[in-house]
Write a protein that binds this ligand. Structure first.
Ligand SMILES: [Zn+2]
Length: 424
């Protein structure tokens, strides 16, 4: 059945009413316009070792406060001398479409909106089933199972075409959906989710949705377990097993003995995790956006979303490589409400996933936004970032001893330091 004909079957349906209500009840999030003070984008490290310092955090907060905060939103700048910019919900999103759907329902949609609208209506039709499947994993501690159920029963249904791929290097990735619904047993699709290159930040997303949106799991119980004693090399992306990865990890983080010393201080470890998690998601957001624009030049000018996903919420960041604009949704988006899935949030996530329908392109042309500073900080690698393609596996034969190699070359090509002239 064609999309238009299938959509017609939903006209006047309960799902259409539910969608209109959820759109009316949307929580209108603001988006912080992030400026990066410093980062290690010039160093070809994995996402897990990405180091990003956001300007407002640097300027307003003491190190102690930063380490004591669970997330960026817990920081309360006293707004004395730093100018902050935020993008309001109705600046980023095309509220015209929202109003159209609320006022007129699904009867008079533009052709290009139809596949996305059909996807959410089908999800809403089966929402009780998906809700039950999702609720069965609340006590699950296995990362691969959690990923599979979240994708199978939430994310994939919010994009047209059910298009997704889970990292095929995930340990214990099930072949079939591991939810407890008797008649599910859906086949789980896996493949290459590699992002970046060996010249840039790189690594694997846990999930790629719709061939353009990266999702990484955050705050998964099993991940917290991994962090206790073992090396941080395995933190977050323990599937990254290429030789370069291991070497870079060793040079970038504290040595293993130092990590073990920290084990008697769980809070400190947790705080570090939180910082690393945000840095990792920012690096992944930027790298994914460059990859997608490189693959599909028509995406240039859009703020391309990346999600961090936990059991009960998602965080959303967006990056536009053309205009160098980085936004972060200032609030976590809760997945659950008092009575099950929180539909205004589900609709919000759906709008992010279909960003070419619902968000405004080239936002920086219409508003005075702060550049993220990434183009300046990564100046000498910017061409490498622009060239990266998604899904390109890394070359395992890459020479790991990068720094020694460079130092030897410097010595061979260098000039002996001149003696200073005497000052007069
Ligand atoms: Zn299932």
């Amino acid at each position: 059945m064609s999309v238009s004909r299938e959509l017609k079957t939903f006209e006047g349906s309960v799902e259409e009413v539910v969608l209109k209500t959820a759109m009316t009840d949307l929580v209108t999030y603001d988006f912080a316009n992030l400026v990066i003070e410093a980062c290690n984008a010039l160093k070809p490290v994995s996402f897990v070792n990405a180091d990003v310092l956001i300007q407002s955090v640097y300027l307003e907060e003491s190190k102690e406060k930063i380490y004591a905060a669970d997330s960026l939103e817990d920081l309360k700048p006293d707004s004395t001398n730093v100018e902050y910019t935020f993008v309001a919900y109705d600046q980023l999103f095309n509220t015209g479409i929202v109003k159209e759907l609320i006022d007129h329902g699904i009867g008079e949609l533009r052709e290009e909106w139809k596949p996305a609208v059909l996807a959410i209506l089908k999800f809403l039709r089966d929402r009780k089933y998906h809700q039950e499947a999702l609720s069965t994993m609340k006590g699950v501690g296995d990362e691969a199972e959690m990923t599979a159920v979240m994708v199978q029963h939430l994310f994939s249904h919010l994009t047209a075409g059910n298009d997704y791929v889970i990292d095929n290097r995930s340990k214990n990735l099930p072949k079939y959906c591991p939810c407890e619904m008797e008649n599910c047993k859906a086949m789980i699709k896996n493949g290459c989710t590699a992002l970046g290159s060996l010249q840039t930040w790189h690594g694997n997303a846990d999930i790629i949705l719709n061939q353009n949106i990266a999702v990484s799991l955050i705050e998964c119980p099993s991940k917290e377990k991994n962090l206790c004693i073992e090396t941080d090399d395995k933190f977050e992306e323990e599937n990254l097993s290429d030789p370069i990865q291991k070497d870079k990890d060793e040079e970038a983080g504290p040595s293993s003995p130092k990590r073990i010393c920290k084990d008697d201080n769980d809070n400190e470890e947790k705080e570090t995790q939180s910082q690393q998690m945000i840095d990792q998601v920012i690096a992944q957001t930027i790298t994914n956006a460059f990859s997608q624009v490189s693959k599909t030049p028509a995406l240039s000018g859009w703020l391309i979303p990346t999600f961090g996903c936990a059991l009960d919420h998602v965080i959303a960041l967006l990056y536009d490589p053309k205009n160098d604009v980085l936004l972060q949704c200032v609030d976590k988006i809760p997945i659950w409400g008092f009575y099950g899935l929180y539909l205004p949030s589900i609709v919000q996530i759906w709008m992010f996933l279909n960003f070419t329908v619902f968000t405004i392109k080239d936002l920086a042309d219409d508003y005075e936004l702060k550049r993220s500073n990434f183009h300046v900080l990564a100046k000498y690698r910017l061409e490498d970032y622009r060239k990266i393609k998604p899904g390109k596996a890394f070359n395992p034969t890459y020479d790991c001893d990068y720094y020694s190699d460079v130092l030897i070359r410097m010595r061979k090509k260098g000039k002996k330091a001149h003696k200073k002239l005497a000052e007069h």
